[in-house]
Ligand binder design. Structure first.
Ligand code: NDP
Length: 247
Protein backbone atom coordinates (compact mmCIF):
# COMPACT_ATOMS: atom_id res chain seq x y z
CA UNK A 1 0.00 0.00 0.00
CA UNK A 2 1.61 3.24 -1.06
CA UNK A 3 0.40 6.54 0.31
CA UNK A 4 2.89 8.65 -1.62
CA UNK A 5 1.62 12.23 -2.00
CA UNK A 6 -1.33 11.49 0.29
CA UNK A 7 -1.95 13.72 3.31
CA UNK A 8 -3.22 11.84 6.37
CA UNK A 9 -4.46 13.51 9.56
CA UNK A 10 -4.36 11.26 12.64
CA UNK A 11 -5.91 12.51 15.87
CA UNK A 12 -4.60 11.15 19.15
CA UNK A 13 -1.25 10.52 17.47
CA UNK A 14 0.71 11.01 20.69
CA UNK A 15 0.26 7.44 21.93
CA UNK A 16 -1.15 3.96 21.40
CA UNK A 17 -3.15 3.22 18.26
CA UNK A 18 -2.86 6.77 16.88
CA UNK A 19 0.93 6.78 17.26
CA UNK A 20 1.23 3.40 15.52
CA UNK A 21 -1.08 4.61 12.74
CA UNK A 22 0.87 7.83 12.16
CA UNK A 23 4.15 5.92 11.98
CA UNK A 24 2.65 3.31 9.63
CA UNK A 25 1.31 5.98 7.25
CA UNK A 26 4.68 7.72 7.26
CA UNK A 27 6.52 4.47 6.51
CA UNK A 28 4.21 4.02 3.50
CA UNK A 29 5.07 7.47 2.15
CA UNK A 30 2.20 9.62 3.44
CA UNK A 31 2.57 13.19 4.62
CA UNK A 32 1.37 12.80 8.17
CA UNK A 33 -0.41 15.35 10.34
CA UNK A 34 -0.16 14.37 13.99
CA UNK A 35 -2.74 15.81 16.37
CA UNK A 36 -2.75 15.66 20.17
CA UNK A 37 -2.35 17.73 23.34
CA UNK A 38 0.77 16.21 24.87
CA UNK A 39 3.72 17.91 23.17
CA UNK A 40 6.42 15.72 24.70
CA UNK A 41 4.71 12.51 23.58
CA UNK A 42 3.94 13.91 20.11
CA UNK A 43 7.57 14.92 19.66
CA UNK A 44 8.73 11.40 20.55
CA UNK A 45 6.38 9.80 17.99
CA UNK A 46 7.16 12.48 15.38
CA UNK A 47 10.82 11.41 15.49
CA UNK A 48 9.73 8.09 13.96
CA UNK A 49 7.90 9.82 11.07
CA UNK A 50 9.25 11.59 8.01
CA UNK A 51 8.72 15.37 8.23
CA UNK A 52 5.30 15.22 9.94
CA UNK A 53 3.22 18.27 10.73
CA UNK A 54 2.61 18.26 14.47
CA UNK A 55 -0.46 20.17 15.65
CA UNK A 56 -1.06 20.68 19.35
CA UNK A 57 -4.83 20.68 19.53
CA UNK A 58 -7.75 19.62 21.68
CA UNK A 59 -10.51 18.07 19.54
CA UNK A 60 -13.17 19.31 21.98
CA UNK A 61 -12.31 22.95 21.20
CA UNK A 62 -13.90 24.40 18.06
CA UNK A 63 -11.03 26.83 17.39
CA UNK A 64 -8.51 23.98 17.67
CA UNK A 65 -10.50 21.78 15.29
CA UNK A 66 -10.62 24.58 12.72
CA UNK A 67 -6.87 25.10 13.18
CA UNK A 68 -6.19 21.41 12.45
CA UNK A 69 -7.78 21.81 9.00
CA UNK A 70 -6.34 25.29 8.33
CA UNK A 71 -2.76 24.35 9.29
CA UNK A 72 -2.93 21.14 7.24
CA UNK A 73 -4.10 23.01 4.14
CA UNK A 74 -1.51 25.75 4.67
CA UNK A 75 1.33 23.22 4.93
CA UNK A 76 0.27 20.46 2.50
CA UNK A 77 -2.55 22.01 0.39
CA UNK A 78 -4.89 19.02 0.63
CA UNK A 79 -6.42 16.35 2.87
CA UNK A 80 -6.71 12.77 1.61
CA UNK A 81 -7.28 10.80 4.81
CA UNK A 82 -8.73 11.65 8.20
CA UNK A 83 -8.32 9.15 11.04
CA UNK A 84 -10.55 10.08 13.99
CA UNK A 85 -8.73 8.12 16.66
CA UNK A 86 -8.54 10.42 19.73
CA UNK A 87 -10.63 8.87 22.47
CA UNK A 88 -11.39 9.12 26.15
CA UNK A 89 -12.50 6.68 28.81
CA UNK A 90 -13.55 7.89 32.25
CA UNK A 91 -15.54 6.40 35.07
CA UNK A 92 -18.96 7.69 36.02
CA UNK A 93 -21.80 5.39 36.96
CA UNK A 94 -25.54 5.97 36.97
CA UNK A 95 -25.94 5.27 40.65
CA UNK A 96 -23.10 7.41 42.01
CA UNK A 97 -24.70 10.64 40.70
CA UNK A 98 -21.48 11.77 39.10
CA UNK A 99 -22.18 10.54 35.60
CA UNK A 100 -22.63 13.89 33.82
CA UNK A 101 -19.01 15.16 34.04
CA UNK A 102 -17.76 11.85 32.66
CA UNK A 103 -20.56 11.74 30.08
CA UNK A 104 -19.82 15.26 28.82
CA UNK A 105 -16.07 14.75 28.71
CA UNK A 106 -16.39 11.45 26.82
CA UNK A 107 -19.06 12.60 24.37
CA UNK A 108 -17.10 15.78 23.63
CA UNK A 109 -13.99 13.87 22.59
CA UNK A 110 -15.42 10.64 21.20
CA UNK A 111 -18.43 12.04 19.34
CA UNK A 112 -18.52 15.85 19.10
CA UNK A 113 -14.84 16.13 18.16
CA UNK A 114 -15.26 13.49 15.46
CA UNK A 115 -18.37 15.08 13.94
CA UNK A 116 -16.80 18.54 14.03
CA UNK A 117 -13.48 17.60 12.43
CA UNK A 118 -15.10 15.35 9.81
CA UNK A 119 -17.44 18.16 8.87
CA UNK A 120 -14.67 20.75 8.49
CA UNK A 121 -12.43 18.32 6.59
CA UNK A 122 -15.12 17.05 4.24
CA UNK A 123 -14.95 19.90 1.68
CA UNK A 124 -11.21 19.15 1.31
CA UNK A 125 -11.80 15.37 1.21
CA UNK A 126 -14.30 15.95 -1.60
CA UNK A 127 -11.55 17.56 -3.70
CA UNK A 128 -9.23 14.54 -3.29
CA UNK A 129 -11.97 11.86 -3.23
CA UNK A 130 -10.49 11.03 0.14
CA UNK A 131 -11.69 8.99 3.05
CA UNK A 132 -12.31 8.90 6.78
CA UNK A 133 -11.54 6.09 9.23
CA UNK A 134 -13.13 6.33 12.67
CA UNK A 135 -11.81 4.33 15.60
CA UNK A 136 -14.74 2.92 17.51
CA UNK A 137 -14.63 -0.09 19.84
CA UNK A 138 -16.02 -3.58 20.26
CA UNK A 139 -17.61 -1.97 23.32
CA UNK A 140 -20.22 -0.49 21.00
CA UNK A 141 -21.62 -3.99 20.43
CA UNK A 142 -21.62 -4.95 24.11
CA UNK A 143 -22.68 -3.81 27.57
CA UNK A 144 -20.03 -2.69 30.08
CA UNK A 145 -17.73 -5.21 31.74
CA UNK A 146 -16.62 -2.56 34.21
CA UNK A 147 -19.30 -0.66 36.16
CA UNK A 148 -19.32 3.06 35.46
CA UNK A 149 -18.07 2.96 31.89
CA UNK A 150 -21.43 3.14 30.13
CA UNK A 151 -20.83 6.65 28.74
CA UNK A 152 -17.91 5.23 26.77
CA UNK A 153 -20.09 2.42 25.41
CA UNK A 154 -22.77 4.91 24.38
CA UNK A 155 -20.21 7.16 22.69
CA UNK A 156 -18.81 4.32 20.59
CA UNK A 157 -22.29 3.16 19.58
CA UNK A 158 -22.96 6.74 18.45
CA UNK A 159 -19.78 6.84 16.42
CA UNK A 160 -20.73 3.59 14.70
CA UNK A 161 -23.96 5.11 13.49
CA UNK A 162 -22.23 8.38 12.65
CA UNK A 163 -19.90 6.37 10.40
CA UNK A 164 -22.82 4.82 8.53
CA UNK A 165 -24.70 8.14 8.22
CA UNK A 166 -21.59 10.07 7.14
CA UNK A 167 -20.75 7.37 4.57
CA UNK A 168 -24.23 7.74 3.07
CA UNK A 169 -24.11 11.55 3.05
CA UNK A 170 -20.58 11.83 1.64
CA UNK A 171 -20.68 9.03 -0.96
CA UNK A 172 -21.98 11.35 -3.72
CA UNK A 173 -18.83 13.45 -3.19
CA UNK A 174 -16.68 10.34 -3.61
CA UNK A 175 -15.68 10.30 0.06
CA UNK A 176 -15.56 6.92 1.81
CA UNK A 177 -16.15 6.60 5.57
CA UNK A 178 -15.30 3.44 7.48
CA UNK A 179 -14.99 2.34 11.09
CA UNK A 180 -12.59 0.08 12.93
CA UNK A 181 -13.78 -1.47 16.18
CA UNK A 182 -10.87 -2.86 18.19
CA UNK A 183 -11.17 -5.15 21.17
CA UNK A 184 -8.57 -4.79 23.93
CA UNK A 185 -5.29 -3.29 22.71
CA UNK A 186 -2.06 -2.91 24.71
CA UNK A 187 -2.00 0.87 25.29
CA UNK A 188 -2.25 3.25 28.26
CA UNK A 189 -5.95 3.73 27.57
CA UNK A 190 -7.41 1.88 30.55
CA UNK A 191 -4.84 3.21 33.01
CA UNK A 192 -5.48 6.76 31.75
CA UNK A 193 -9.21 6.17 32.23
CA UNK A 194 -8.79 5.00 35.81
CA UNK A 195 -9.90 1.46 34.94
CA UNK A 196 -7.99 -1.19 36.85
CA UNK A 197 -7.91 -4.20 34.54
CA UNK A 198 -5.13 -6.56 33.51
CA UNK A 199 -4.46 -7.85 30.00
CA UNK A 200 -4.67 -11.41 31.38
CA UNK A 201 -8.30 -10.65 32.26
CA UNK A 202 -8.96 -9.51 28.70
CA UNK A 203 -7.33 -12.65 27.29
CA UNK A 204 -10.02 -14.70 29.01
CA UNK A 205 -12.76 -12.54 27.49
CA UNK A 206 -11.86 -13.01 23.83
CA UNK A 207 -12.22 -16.05 21.59
CA UNK A 208 -8.60 -15.98 20.40
CA UNK A 209 -7.18 -15.60 23.93
CA UNK A 210 -4.91 -12.71 23.05
CA UNK A 211 -4.75 -8.92 23.20
CA UNK A 212 -3.85 -6.82 20.14
CA UNK A 213 -0.84 -4.57 19.62
CA UNK A 214 -1.51 -1.05 18.31
CA UNK A 215 0.26 -1.91 15.05
CA UNK A 216 -2.41 -4.53 14.22
CA UNK A 217 -5.12 -1.88 14.41
CA UNK A 218 -2.97 0.49 12.33
CA UNK A 219 -2.78 -2.21 9.63
CA UNK A 220 -6.57 -2.32 9.39
CA UNK A 221 -6.78 1.48 9.27
CA UNK A 222 -4.22 1.64 6.45
CA UNK A 223 -6.08 -1.00 4.46
CA UNK A 224 -9.39 0.88 4.75
CA UNK A 225 -7.68 4.18 3.87
CA UNK A 226 -5.95 2.67 0.82
CA UNK A 227 -7.13 2.26 -2.77
CA UNK A 228 -7.41 -1.49 -2.09
CA UNK A 229 -10.56 -0.58 -0.15
CA UNK A 230 -11.94 1.66 -2.92
CA UNK A 231 -15.24 -0.26 -2.91
CA UNK A 232 -15.63 -0.21 0.87
CA UNK A 233 -17.67 2.48 2.61
CA UNK A 234 -20.01 2.47 5.59
CA UNK A 235 -18.29 -0.66 6.91
CA UNK A 236 -17.40 -1.47 10.49
CA UNK A 237 -14.42 -3.79 10.90
CA UNK A 238 -14.23 -5.68 14.19
CA UNK A 239 -10.58 -6.20 15.08
CA UNK A 240 -11.35 -7.64 18.50
CA UNK A 241 -9.76 -11.09 18.73
CA UNK A 242 -13.30 -12.47 18.74
CA UNK A 243 -14.51 -10.55 21.77
CA UNK A 244 -18.01 -9.91 20.47
CA UNK A 245 -18.58 -13.51 19.31
CA UNK A 246 -17.39 -14.83 22.68
CA UNK A 247 -19.57 -12.45 24.75
P1 NDP B 1 -4.33 6.16 24.36
O1 NDP B 1 -4.78 6.63 25.70
O2 NDP B 1 -2.96 5.58 24.22
O3 NDP B 1 -4.51 7.29 23.28
C1 NDP B 1 -5.58 8.20 23.31
C2 NDP B 1 -5.20 9.36 22.41
O4 NDP B 1 -6.29 10.27 22.36
C3 NDP B 1 -3.98 10.10 22.93
O5 NDP B 1 -3.08 10.28 21.87
C4 NDP B 1 -4.55 11.43 23.39
O6 NDP B 1 -3.63 12.47 23.09
C5 NDP B 1 -5.77 11.58 22.48
N1 NDP B 1 -6.76 12.48 23.03
C6 NDP B 1 -7.56 12.28 24.11
N2 NDP B 1 -8.32 13.36 24.32
C7 NDP B 1 -8.00 14.26 23.35
C8 NDP B 1 -8.44 15.57 23.04
N3 NDP B 1 -9.37 16.18 23.77
N4 NDP B 1 -7.90 16.20 21.98
C9 NDP B 1 -6.95 15.59 21.24
N5 NDP B 1 -6.49 14.35 21.47
C10 NDP B 1 -7.01 13.70 22.53
O7 NDP B 1 -5.41 5.07 23.92
P2 NDP B 1 -5.59 4.15 22.63
O8 NDP B 1 -4.51 4.33 21.65
O9 NDP B 1 -5.88 2.79 23.14
O10 NDP B 1 -6.97 4.74 22.06
C11 NDP B 1 -7.14 5.21 20.74
C12 NDP B 1 -8.56 4.94 20.29
O11 NDP B 1 -8.80 3.53 20.30
C13 NDP B 1 -9.64 5.56 21.18
O12 NDP B 1 -10.65 6.13 20.39
C14 NDP B 1 -10.19 4.35 21.95
O13 NDP B 1 -11.53 4.54 22.32
C15 NDP B 1 -10.02 3.25 20.93
N6 NDP B 1 -10.00 1.92 21.48
C16 NDP B 1 -8.98 1.49 22.31
C17 NDP B 1 -8.98 0.22 22.81
C18 NDP B 1 -7.89 -0.31 23.71
O14 NDP B 1 -8.04 -1.43 24.24
N7 NDP B 1 -6.79 0.40 23.91
C19 NDP B 1 -10.07 -0.73 22.51
C20 NDP B 1 -11.07 -0.19 21.62
C21 NDP B 1 -11.03 1.07 21.14
P3 NDP B 1 -3.17 13.65 24.09
O15 NDP B 1 -3.16 13.10 25.47
O16 NDP B 1 -1.84 14.05 23.55
O17 NDP B 1 -4.20 14.70 23.87
Amino acid sequence: MSFKNKVAIVTGASSGIGAATAVAFSLQGAKVVMVGRNEAKLTKVAAKCSKPLVILADVTKDADVKRIVDETIKKFGQIDILVNNAGLLRNGGLIENDIMPAYDAIMNVNVRGVVNLTSLASQHLAKTKGNVVNISSAAAFLTPMVPGSLSYYISKAAINHFGACAAAELAPQGIRVNTVSPGPVKTDFFENGGIDIKYEDFEKMVALGRVSESEEIADVVLFLASDKAKGITGSNFLADNGMVIKR
